[in-house]
Design a protein around this ligand. Structure first.
Ligand SMILES: C[S@@+](CC[C@H](N)C(=O)[O-])C[C@H]1O[C@@H](n2cnc3c(N)ncnc32)[C@H](O)[C@@H]1O
Length: 275
């Protein structure tokens, strides 16, 4: 992240949700910076703009659309199954708190630079509880405790599109802390870059960093992610890439396949694993 500035990748993802082929995020235009707002507003009005942006994005719009649909569904299921609170980690400009209106306490954890800007633009009605955390330096467990998160109530955790921007040690440490605060029945949806899914030549890493100000860092093999999640007390129920994700937002795996190096795992804290 560029110091003092909100996340560039969070803006990219929010724009994609505003331009998603079938269902568009109605909050995206309000949340994104003013320099890209006209594009999202035009996409809201015009199918032609959406289709042009979709093709120009090289699959990113479709990838985000499929990822969003899959996570929304997993979150609804988690709450229906008894998760009494939601925590979105690295929430960026995600509007789930308003879009899904799940009726349970909703926390958004993010880097203070991104969160500050979001809180200025987002509606106050239906707003989540904002918790400012730098995963690399702050204990998320302590910040959540201070914000009123209840570790005795099952939590639905969402960690979407964030782990790849963090060093491995921050991912491991944060997962262990989520384990500490996860009552039995808690669920975790986490996306990660597959170790062998994306060719990350030094030039690709450098280009990404120059464009978005964020380095691409942690990557895992699915077996490694499974072991990490098990270490934090979660059992994996699903792990797949864009070819396995839902279609509700109109995204298409054929267009999304460029990014199939990102995987999504859904895991549950079983009763036997409770500490
Ligand atoms: C690609 S965006 C994803 C945002 C959101 N989850 C979504 O899907 O729309 C990455 C997010 O990770 C957050 N992030 C990156 N590094 C972070 C750090 N060290 N601590 C806390 N948040 C961080 C950024 O602020 C940003 O919101």
């Amino acid at each position: 992240m560029r110091e003092g500035e909100p996340s560039g990748t969070a803006t990219l993802v929010a724009v994609c949700r505003g331009l998603a082929p079938r269902v568009r995020d109605p909050h995206a235009a309000a949340l994104v910076p003013s320099r890209v707002r006209p594009l999202v507003e035009a996409g809201m009005r015009s199918r032609l703009v959406r289709e042009a942006a979709r093709v120009a994005s090289g699959g990113v719009v479709d990838h985000v659309a499929l990822r969003t649909a899959t996570i929304d569904e997993a979150l609804r299921e988690a709450v229906a199954a008894g998760c009494g609170q939601v925590v979105v980690l690295g929430a960026g400009l995600d509007a789930r708190a308003w879009r899904l209106a799940l009726g349970v306490p909703f926390f958004e954890v993010d880097h203070p630079d991104t969160q500050r800007r979001k809180a200025q633009r987002a509606p106050t009605e239906g707003a989540p509880r904002y918790v400012a955390v730098d995963f690399a330096t702050t204990r998320v467990a302590d910040a959540l405790e201070a914000a009123g998160h209840d570790a005795t109530v099952p939590t639905a955790w969402v960690w979407e599109g964030v782990t790849m921007y963090l060093p491995d040690v921050a991912v491991r440490d944060t997962l262990a802390q989520l384990g500490e605060r996860s009552a039995p029945g808690s669920r975790l949806v986490i996306s990660y870059l597959a170790e062998d899914g994306v060719p990350l030549a030094p030039a690709v890493r450098l280009g990404f960093r120059m464009l978005f100000g964020e380095p691409l860092e942690a990557r895992y093999r699915p077996a490694e992610m499974r072991a990490l999640l098990e270490g934090a007390g979660f059992e994996v129920r699903f792990d797949g890439d864009s070819r396995d994700w839902l279609r509700d937002w109109g995204g298409h795996p054929r267009l999304a396949r460029l990014l199939r190096g990102e995987r999504l795992a859904v895991a549950e804290r079983a009763a036997a694993a409770a500490r």
